[in-house]
Design a protein around this ligand. Structure first.
Ligand code: FES
Length: 572
């Protein structure tokens, strides 16, 4: 075996090695820091303020046992954690900060391998971005979804049913008291959201990229098998260090294609586009928006899971789990990319029966025949926009209507329920000022609420267009990630009330039906200019000055790429 990276801290008899070893001993075995035992950091996003990840200390303990058993030294490393429901103004603003802090700490410390404990939406992407940039051997442990909660005898999907019930309350279909009463039933156990929202999608993404032990993603958080697979992960990372298997060996272009196909087959979150683009940028893979359309469109949605379908993550696990589902689309997956085990993902897809085909639908009877992420272009989105057709109303996928424009999220909230708002079911709601720079941080507000007066008429969906993101648990005919965003000078900033807009998903078109000459004469509305205040200090200032647009993953321009694991200078 080649010399361990950590031996640069612990090996030898000089004063610096003495210092590095002495401060770490603290009751550890005598040979723990002899320079020959792999040092495994368990990057742990457990936090009481990230409720979906609160259980990860227990998971860390299981990983530790596995590392010890395989001859390594486990080291718990708390890292920046992001609770999707808690942090303001949006967790996405902090994803790159978390990734940067993690990358620097992975590199700065005496670490030979990484186990990445994530769960809630941004935690797995930020961990993977960091691991890709430092390129140390790494395995993801997905923290797992929670068990299904019930309200008045019906299953509750986290997120998705919050949106549904709140719209029903606004429409008067249920009382606000009933809506609030459902709150206690929403979160039944430890774990992350139990829909195929962003967190579940990120677990699928990590597994399809090859970065988990195959069969791990989707294991419910309270399930004993989560801990046994965590133990196994601890053993495997020690082996990976010995075999020098690194993220750049695993996350190849074909692995990203497998992730796109897998996410399409489960009806995964549109947020995956941003995260995959950002991770690819870190590992040096040339992934573009077109790859999502080319690889993902035409893939059938087989997972009958909310928000696209009916069931929840616990049901997917009961029905056979992710590998049983991927076995149905094995022919669409690239056979070459290896996983953390050294074997390709497709090697794990034989003899994987489906135990409930109402949850994992057969290939010849999918939930939707043709899903994935559609990439739209046109004069309203020169660098692209996306829509998730599986979450949309089929009749609205080709639609022309007049724009009703909101200059900011606050403007939208102020006016959306105004009885005098000039809006009909045929209108197209346009929201700007919610992109990476404009908000800043690209919040999940693209699924704007339906105006009250239309709700009362029974309208439940309409075309909505923005430079924002949408929660992975949300649904509707929602065009997202318009690039460039309004705050970066994109044409979205020039749209006026009443302008006709055409959405044509089969033709991949998003068009503002205003002549080029008229557009050239326009300037952004004063209200949109007034709504934007550039941050003057701290992370937000750094972020808006360097964040890339959505079509490039909204990473910071100076964090794209890898810096490897070398640190040449001594601290003492
Ligand atoms: Fe954490 Fe949904 S809020 S996964």
């Amino acid at each position: 075996m080649t010399e361990l990276r950590s031996a640069h801290w612990y090996g030898g008899d000089d004063r610096n090695a003495y210092i590095h070893r002495a401060w770490m001993r603290r009751g550890m075995p005598e040979d723990a820091f002899d320079g020959a035992k792999p040092q495994i950091a368990i990057a742990n996003t457990a936090s009481d303020l990230t409720p979906c990840n609160m259980h990860l200390n227990e998971v860390s303990d299981a990983v530790k046992q596995g590392v010890w058993a395989a001859g390594g030294v486990p080291l718990n490393l708390p890292v920046v954690s992001l609770g999707e429901t808690q942090v303001k103004p949006t967790a996405m603003l902090w994803r790159n900060m978390a990734a940067m802090a993690m990358e620097e700490m992975f590199r700065a410390n005496p670490i030979d391998g990484l186990v990445l404990l994530g769960g809630c939406d941004k935690t797995i992407p930020s961990l993977l971005m960091a691991a890709a940039s430092v390129n140390l051997p790494a395995i993801v442990v997905p923290g797992g979804p929670m068990l299904t909660g019930h309200f008045r005898g019906e299953a509750l999907g986290c997120g998705t049913d919050v949106w549904r019930l709140s719209e029903e309350a606004r429409a008067g279909a249920i009382s606000n008291k009933q809506f609030i009463a459902s709150e206690q039933s929403m979160i039944r156990s430890k774990g992350h959201c139990n829909t195929m929202g962003t967190a579940s999608t990120m677990a699928v993404m990590a597994e399809a990229l090859g970065m988990t032990i195959p069969g791990f993603a989707g294991t419910p958080a309270p399930d004993a098998r989560l801990l046994s697979m965590s133990h196994e992960t601890g053993e495997l990372i020690v082996k990976m260090v010995a075999e020098n298997r690194r993220p750049s060996d695993i996350m190849t272009k074909d692995a990203f294609i497998n992730a796109i196909v897998s996410i399409a087959a489960v009806g995964g979150s549109s947020n995956s586009v941003l995260h995959l683009l950002a991770i690819a940028g870190r590992v040096g893979v040339d992934l573009t928006l077109e790859d999502f359309d080319a690889a993902g469109s035409g893939v059938p949605v087989l997972a009958n899971l909310q928000p696209s379908g009916k069931f929840l993550m616990d049901d997917l696990y009961r029905a056979g789990g992710l590998l049983s589902l991927l076995a149905e689309v094995k022919d669409l997956l690239r056979p070459e990319p290896i996983t953390v085990t050294g074997l390709p993902l497709v090697a794990y897809l034989d003899d994987k029966p489906v135990y409930d085909d109402t949850v994992i639908r057969p290939r010849d009877s999918p939930l939707m025949a043709d899903a994935g992420i559609a990439v739209l272009r046109g004069n309203l989105a020169p660098r692209g926009a996306i829509i998730k057709p599986s979450a949309a109303t089929p009749e609205l996928l080709v639609h022309t209507g007049p724009a009703v424009v909101f200059d900011s999220i606050e403007d939208m909230r102020d006016r959306i329920d105004d009885p005098n708002l000039d809006v009909t079911p045929n209108s197209i709601l346009v929201l700007r000022g919610c992109g990476p720079k404009g908000y800043p941080g690209m919040p999940e507000v693209g699924n704007m609420p339906i105006p009250q007066k239309l709700l009362e008429q029974g309208v439940r969906d309409m075309v909505r267009i923005s430079d924002a993101r949408m929660s992975g648990t949300a649904y509707g005919t929602v065009v997202l990630h318009v690039s460039p965003e309004a705050a970066a000078g994109g044409p979205l900033g020039l749209v006026r009330d009443g302008d006709m807009i055409t959405l044509d998903v089969p033709s991949r078109l998003l068009s503002l039906n205003v002549s080029e000459a008229d557009l050239a004469d326009r300037t952004p509305s004063q209200a949109s200019v007034d709504a934007y205040a550039a941050p003057q200090r701290g992370w937000a200032k750094l972020y808006v000055e360097h964040v890339t647009q959505a079509d490039q993953g909204a990473d910071l321009d100076f964090l794209v790429g890898s810096s490897g694991d070398r640190v040449d200078r001594e601290s003492h």
